[in-house]
Design a protein around this ligand. Structure first.
Ligand code: BF8
Length: 676
């Protein structure tokens, strides 16, 4: 070890091995570059900071001032009666269930508060209180109006006339906002689930009343001395998770589509190589498209492009990190700069003139990294500020949205000249096709003439497509960056399972080149490859950000409706996966997948291992109640095999496990059948 390296290591603790840290050559290069510059990243911190073994098992309770109570599993596991107790007598199952549903509350709150912000901006736009936002997709507005019970026609002299679209928009905004705090009734979108699913939720007593209430009730029930039955605790977790997936997240997705446009497939690129040396690079990071839409509009204006050119840049290159990246990709084709774990690396290129962040998944260490470069780090949301003094806060106000965005873009342009000599942009970037949705799957696989999921179902029934995998979620620095994401997705498509992806899995697949129609013949089984080639779609369909997991729920519902594959989501040959999850949002997503009827496998770890009865309840008993259950498999190949085994089991139950061609029954054959 050289003296210089020794000094760096003692300053920063032990350093990560770049190749062991990530499968992505661009990330490896930047981790190495950071280490050479003495800039610490999440990968290095993961080497020196180990997780708590008791916390990872879910059995540390810190909900009162008498603890924390830590209840480690006895060596060799529990034999006989489990006598572990906290100070108040709480069992490991109660503690793990409390912790688990608090994670659901955190995740549901994050998604749903995002949805609420969108609903507020939507209402402001509908009421014409802002010029920056307008209703873009009136077709979807009318569809959502019907789901929220808003009349789209008005009766005049016995005639049904179309109602004024602005009036409809205002009422949709009001009804939508009401979903967070109404005093009576139930979550309106719950009825968008297949009828048997809705009835099942009703029977189980888990229909959400309103979004906020279910989250608040989790905080109440998990306070010391309240709910002490893991089954009852998870029941409330179920209500809150449904309120997220079929409520807050779904409202976010639908209202964003109405305001900013429903995505349609478009081409772009992914990975750190999208940054441009001779252009002003603005990296947008976070989750709410309310801000990023305006940055896109400002950055693309001729006035700003000219301003950039006047400062010796060729133009402005926007790119995104995390789910904001998925949002502006799917509607504008803005390239993906990277996943959650690449946020520091984007700045370490030395080419990031501004990183603009809003909410969720933002490392506080960005400020420390930005301090080592010329990058302006700009926070924009009143609920998400940073304490470091090099961070600039420009609070985003939807009433002055474009002006705020212009101020940010100008700041980035003016910072272009301050770049240091240490610019190093990795070459890697992959072409992609992204921006699929419930509507575009219908169009691509059903055609404008038929416009339904019939063709998709038909190909599932005839076995060309074995099933559907929903693969989603984060990166987690406790596992090699993107390794499990890619291995699992490749295993699935090799076995003819079409993949619907969102979040950081979508970005990982994009970086790996799996979001192109051409990848089908390289990576897919013969059946799926044939479908992809025939209709010109990738085998991995990018459905957007994490709130857009609601698109997966609705796509599954459309498959049920199209017929031939059972009556409920739990009947479908489908499975869910979050290979590298880390956030509370992922736990909420996992749980609403499960209680919507999807077998869902997580990678890395699950904080339930120290509570055997609670774990069994999640992994086995929930299936009897909801037809879906949790599972954990760290090894990516076995993880995918478990999903495929479940898909095959469902195919057997549906009686479609033997490949068969559809037989066209002509008139003569029908007569024969009738005579027989
Ligand atoms: O909401 S997948 S790391 S970016 S939490 Fe975060 Fe996880 Fe990425 Fe988006 Ni989702």
């Amino acid at each position: 070890m050289t003296e210089e390296k020794e000094t760096r290591e003692s300053k920063a603790g032990k350093l990560a091995d770049p190749v062991a840290a990530s499968i992505d050559p661009a990330s490896q290069q930047m981790i190495q570059h950071a280490q050479a510059l003495g800039v610490e990243t999440v990968f290095d911190r993961a080497v020196s900071l180990k997780p708590c073994n008791i916390g990872t098992q879910g059995i540390c309770c810190k909900n009162c001032g008498m603890g924390p109570c830590r209840l480690p599993l006895p060596k060799g596991g529990v034999v006989g009666e489990d006598s572990r107790k906290g100070i108040c007598g709480a069992t490991p199952n109660t503690i793990a269930a409390r912790n688990f549903i608090r994670m659901i509350a955190g995740g549901a709150a994050a998604h749903s508060d995002h949805g609420r912000s969108v609903a507020e901006v939507f209402l402001a736009a509908a009421r014409k209180e802002t010029d920056a936002y307008r209703i873009k997709d009136t077709r979807k507005l009318l569809k959502i109006a019907a789901c929220l019970g808003v009349d789209t026609t008005v009766e005049v002299d016995g005639q049904h006339l179309e109602r004024d679209i602005d009036e409809i928009a205002v009422e949709v905004g009001e009804k939508a906002l009401n979903e967070w705090g109404k005093a009576e009734g139930e979550l309106l979108f719950a009825k968008r689930a297949p009828q048997p699913r809705y009835e099942l939720w009703k029977k189980q007593g888990v229909l959400p009343r309103n979004i906020d209430r279910e989250i608040v009730e989790i905080m109440h029930r998990t306070h010391i001395g309240v709910d002490q039955d893991y089954r009852n605790l998870i029941k409330q977790g179920t209500r809150a998770a449904i309120a997220d997936g079929w409520g807050g997240s779904m409202l976010a997705t639908e209202l964003q589509d109405i305001l900013f446009g429903t995505p349609t497939p478009l081409a772009s690129e992914a990975n750190l190589g999208v940054l441009q040396e001779d252009m002003v690079n603005i990296v947008i990071h976070g989750h709410e498209p309310v801000l990023s839409e305006m940055i896109v509009a400002a950055a693309q204006s001729p006035e700003m492009v000219q301003y950039a050119q006047s400062k010796c840049a060729k133009g402005i290159q926007l790119s995104g990190i995390c789910c904001t990246a998925n949002e502006i990709l799917q509607r504008h084709g803005v390239p993906l700069c990277g996943t959650f774990l690449q946020q520091e690396l984007a700045i370490i290129t030395g080419a990031c003139d501004a990183m603009v962040v809003d909410i969720q998944c933002i490392f506080q260490n960005l400020a420390n990294v930005a301090r080592c470069f010329h990058t302006k780090l700009i926070t924009t949301h009143p609920i998400a500020k940073m304490e470091q003094d090099n961070v600039i806060h420009i609070e985003f106000d939807e009433h002055y949205a474009l002006e705020d965005a212009q101020q940010i873009v100008k700041m980035a342009i003016e910072n272009f000249r301050n770049r240091g000599a240490e610019v190093m942009i990795p070459k890697q970037k992959s072409p992609i096709v992204a921006g699929f949705g419930v509507e575009s799957i219908e169009y691509h696989l059903g055609g404008t003439f038929r416009g339904s999921y019939y063709t998709l179902n038909d190909n599932i029934i005839n076995g060309r497509i074995r099933g559907i995998g929903g693969v989603v979620g984060c990166n987690n620095v406790r596992t090699r960056h993107n390794a499990s994401h890619i291995e699992i997705v490749k295993q699935l498509i090799k076995n003819d399972v079409i993949v619907l992806t969102t979040g950081c899995n979508a970005i990982a697949c994009a970086m790996e080149g799996l979001l192109t129609p051409e990848s089908a013949k390289v990576f897919c089984g013969a059946g799926l490859a044939e479908i992809c080639e025939t209709v010109g779609i990738p085998p991995v369909l990018h459905l957007g950000s994490c709130v857009d997991n609601s698109r997966i729920l609705l796509a599954a519902t459309e498959v049920v409706k199209a017929g031939g594959l059972g009556n409920d989501i739990s009947d479908l040959p489908a499975a869910g996966s979050a290979p590298e999850w880390m956030s509370e949002k992922a736990i909420s997503i996992g749980h609403y997948f499960v209680v919507s009827g999807v077998y869902t496998v997580f990678g890395v770890t699950l904080p339930v291992a120290g509570a055997p009865a609670f774990q069994k309840y999640l992994f086995e008993d929930l299936e009897k109640m909801y037809g879906g259950m949790w599972d954990l498999k760290v090894d990516p190949v076995k993880h995918a095999q478990k999903m495929i085994a479940h898909i095959d089991q469902k195919r057997r139950e549906l009686g479609i496990h033997r490949a068969r061609e559809r037989i066209m029954v002509d008139m003569a054959a029908r007569r024969e059948l009738a005579e027989a």
